[in-house]
Design a binder for this molecule. Structure first.
Ligand code: ALA
Length: 488
């Protein structure tokens, strides 16, 4: 069988594996436990601290706990597929590299372009969540009130059109993104130790919330558990639980970031799956508990606020805990932004390295040794998005983009099981050759389908833009295609 060429040209898995095994100067120090910590560091963030409230108020009521179950199931299937891929091709490029090796250059480009939604746009969504908690913290602790017109989005989405809110710019969101970007240009090593401290603070705050607020649950707040549908798709009822799942799916995003540490892991074949699945399992349990308790202490109708968990705590009268939650959220969300804004430039960097983006994007800073061009471009775009757009639009776009990546990675696992059964896998998703990848593609696909029409349209527009860039630039400059044309 001749090797596929042109748009379907694939990178060789064997070369990628050799490349991964070679000594790159990166130290292999991370253990399975470090990876679990890294995963939790990237996962727990705006999803649980902000979107739980939005999804409960607008879509699912207390049934938002079921939305978390549904999103958790879809993430677990995808997590199993990522674990198999990562154990097979333990290189740092994540879904972009996996698809380059399985489905060819065009699909790799599509995924790379799509991952901008997962990394850059999610960081923007998290910056808006961060802003909400900072505003609440300044108000509650120091009685300082930032003017609302300078701390929220100037535009909002009203059913089928954008509308002005009267605000000018979300300044705290812009500032935090620029600050994180500046740190990353200087090359802050997100050392495992700092990450571990933040993860402990974050998880501690979540556990404190569960432990203290549980006593204040009033079961009447859970009735009806899933409020009846109000006649519109996604406004309560079963469709509301599903649309809520697409929204809170955002909360699970990040476990795949574990795979970007492949080349710094001691025993990647065994430890990557442990890191991915372990962090996912812990977060799933925490999320379901938090969402149940939150909707038990406050009526879901009151949760459409920028800082719902703090509002839940206030309802219990535990002032100190509200402050702890605000501090935990501010620290925790910062670490999520750091991981996302660290990952995005490296994906751009890989794409530029493959010739699919201009070579300037692969420039390394002479003093700091960081991919500064892509880091700054990422930071500026992210700051604009976070400063101008509302959290729902950013989070829904991130969720649908990530779900799309999950569908493609699941299909990639299926393709490799068929085409390359010989390549050793440190971890194999259970249930025969196709069960898990098929369930992964289906569950993620269903959640994409239940997203709002506006979100689906935005994904299409984004992808169309990406294809235009590929056909006008990437296709002509691809190094793999150039090598194939010169080759034997
Ligand atoms: N899962 C991450 C969050 O919820 C992206 O902030």
């Amino acid at each position: 069988m001749s090797a596929p060429s042109g748009l379907w040209a694939t990178k060789s898995i064997d070369q990628l594996r050799e490349h991964a095994a070679a000594d790159h100067g990166l130290k292999r120090t991370l253990t399975a436990l470090d990876l679990v910590m890294l995963g939790i560091g990237a996962i727990i963030g705006t999803g649980i601290f902000v979107l739980t409230g939005r999804a409960a108020a607008a879509n699912a009521g207390p049934g938002v706990a079921l939305s978390f179950v549904v999103a958790g199931v879809a993430s677990t299937f995808a997590g199993l597929c990522y674990a198999e891929m990562a154990s097979m091709i333990p290189v740092a490029g994540s879904a972009y590299t996996y698809s380059y090796a399985t489905m060819g250059e065009l699909v790799a480009w599509i995924i790379g372009w799509d991952l901008i939604l997962e990394y850059l746009v999610s960081a923007a969504a998290v910056s808006v969540g961060w802003s909400g908690y900072v505003v609440a913290f300044l108000h509650d602790t120091f009685n300082v009130d930032l003017p609302g017109t300078w701390a929220s989005a100037p535009v909002t989405w009203e059913t089928d059109h954008f509308a002005a809110t009267g605000a000018y710019l979300n300044v705290p969101a812009v500032l935090i993104v620029l600050a994180v970007t500046a740190l990353l240009v200087r090359g802050v090593k997100e050392s495992a130790r700092i990450n571990t401290v933040i993860v402990f603070v974050k998880v501690l705050v979540v556990l404190l919330f569960i432990a203290f607020a549980a006593r204040f649950v009033r079961t009447e707040n859970w009735h009806p558990f899933v409020p009846p549908n109000e006649g519109t798709f996604g406004r309560y009822g079963v469709s509301g639980v599903l649309q809520g799942a697409t929204m809170v799916f955002f909360a699970y995003i990040g476990f795949d970031a574990v795979s970007t540490a492949a080349q710094e892991t001691r025993n990647p074949q065994k430890d990557l799956p442990k890191g991915i699945l372990g962090s996912l399992a812990i977060c799933t349990v925490l999320y379901i508990a938090v969402s149940l308790i939150l909707t038990g202490v406050v009526s879901y109708k009151k949760l459409s606020v920028p800082h719902p968990i703090a509002v839940g705590v206030e309802a219990t009268g535990q002032r100190w805990l509200a402050t702890a939650v605000e501090i935990g959220a501010i620290a925790g969300l910062s670490s999520v932004m750091l991981v996302m804004l660290l990952g995005q430039p490296r994906i751009f960097f890989s794409m530029a390295h493959d010739g699919l983006l201009p070579p300037g994007a692969a420039k390394i800073h002479p003093r700091f040794g960081t991919p500064y061009v892509t880091t700054i471009v990422t930071g500026v775009l992210c700051a604009v998005a976070g400063g101008v757009l509302p959290i729902e639009i950013l989070a829904e776009l991130t969720s649908i983009g990530t779900l799309f990546a999950f569908v493609l990675v699941s299909l990639g696992v299926m393709i490799l099981r068929r085409r390359r059964p010989d390549v050793p896998r440190g971890f194999k998703a259970p249930g025969g050759p196709y069960l898990v990848p098929l369930c992964g593609a289906l569950t993620s696909g269903i959640l994409m389908y239940t997203a709002t029409t506006a979100t689906i349209v935005r994904l299409f527009v984004w992808m169309a833009l990406g294809l235009a860039v590929y056909f006008f630039y990437g296709r002509k400059h691809s190094k793999l295609r150039a090598a194939a044309e010169l080759g034997p």
